[in-house]
Design a protein around this ligand. Structure first.
Ligand SMILES: [Mn+2]
Length: 338
């Protein structure tokens, strides 16, 4: 190359303490968050496949009933056999990944169930509470999968086609196909390296985007039909109550990124999906569009997450919770200065 911008290789930001903790361990628990998404399965799956190369025994925490149908292919691809509570408690190290708070870990009995285990916390949520003995939090990483790619490289493990596919799935999903504001030069470069390593991008994208069940499709119809827009057009929200979710044939695990429907309207700065998969508990997915942060809004209701994508859960019915949250959200968008 003779002119133009110099192309730099990716700097590996993996802290040495993280590699040291893994090298020193024997039995390693792999833990993600409740209602696990593709980023969660990407990191658990990739480490599950990578660790045996270092002579380590991986144990994946995946309590029964927590895998969404749409994402089962990732668990199958990694060949994950979920660990028992006793196996998790017998681990000397746990990698808790993609999980902002201790109480969100997808483990029966939470971390109290494994009191002897050292915790390494690896995450990209800005609100991560740094609950580990070692904490690696990069709030501007596209995904936890992006960090796990760097970790696997730092550990000197091979990036097999299976590992590359799992990591690609996590990155693709958290960036909505490299279309959101968390898409960076680094994430695109890593995506290129994953393609080079043999990631099966076509199959992954087909599973993630073009493999909806009829039930999931029925739920989308409900969410489209229930979408509302504020008078100024800057706030959009939709709802799916317990009966609607059940009538569609869906369960809690099927609520994932349907808020994308709501945010897709031109001019919307804040989008919210209210869903009541578990009766009496309303989950809110907040999305900020066009540079707007929704983190403060989610925090008003005890939630957290990222600037552009956050969540919260409140007790009550959909009508009670929307009556509380919509006025606050309208106020929030009214105060935006752009
Ligand atoms: Mn994530």
């Amino acid at each position: 190359m003779t002119d133009g911008t110099r192309i730099e290789t990716i700097a590996n930001t993996t802290p040495t303490e993280v590699c040291e903790a893994i090298h020193a361990a024997d039995r390693i628990a792999l833990i993600g968050h409740v209602t696990p998404d593709a980023d969660c399965f990407g990191v658990i799956g990739a480490m599950y496949v990578a660790l045996p190369e270092l002579g380590k025994r991986p144990f994946a925490a995946l309590p029964a009933g927590t895998v969404a149908r749409r994402l089962e292919f990732l668990v199958d691809m990694a060949g994950i056999a979920p660990a028992t509570t006793a196996e998790l408690a017998g681990c000397d190290l746990a990698l808790v990944m993609d999980t902002a708070k201790e109480k969100r870990v997808n483990v029966e009995g939470k971390l109290e169930a494994m009191p002897e285990t050292r915790i390494v916390n690896i995450d990209h949520h800005a609100t991560n509470t740094r609950f580990g003995a070692v904490n690696w939090v990069e709030g501007d990483a596209s995904s936890s999968s992006e960090l796990i790619y760097l970790l696997i490289r730092a550990l000197g493990c091979q990036v097999t086609p299976t590992i590359a596919t799992l990591i690609y799935a996590g990155m693709h999903s958290d960036t909505q196909g490299f279309s959101l504001s968390n898409t960076t030069t680094r994430s695109l470069k890593i995506a290129g390296e994953l393609a080079q390593a043999g990631a099966d991008i076509i199959h992954t994208c087909e599973r993630l985007h073009r493999s909806r069940s009829r039930s999931e499709f029925e739920l989308l119809k409900v969410i489209y039909a229930n979408t509302r827009l504020s008078a100024d057009g800057r706030l959009a929200w939709s709802t799916a109550d317990h009966d609607e979710i059940r009538s569609a044939g869906c369960v809690a695990n099927d609520i994932d990124d349907q808020v994308e429907i709501v945010r897709s309207i031109d001019g919307v700065k804040v989008a919210i999906l209210f869903s009541e998969a578990n009766q009496g508990k309303v989950r809110m997915n907040f999305r900020g569009e066009r540079g707007v942060s929704v983190l403060e809004l989610a925090r008003q209701f005890g939630g957290g997450g990222h600037h552009a994508a956050a969540g919260a859960i409140l007790d009550g019915s959909i009508s009670e919770i929307t009556a509380r949250v919509i006025p606050a959200a309208e106020q929030y968008v009214a105060n935006l200065d752009h």
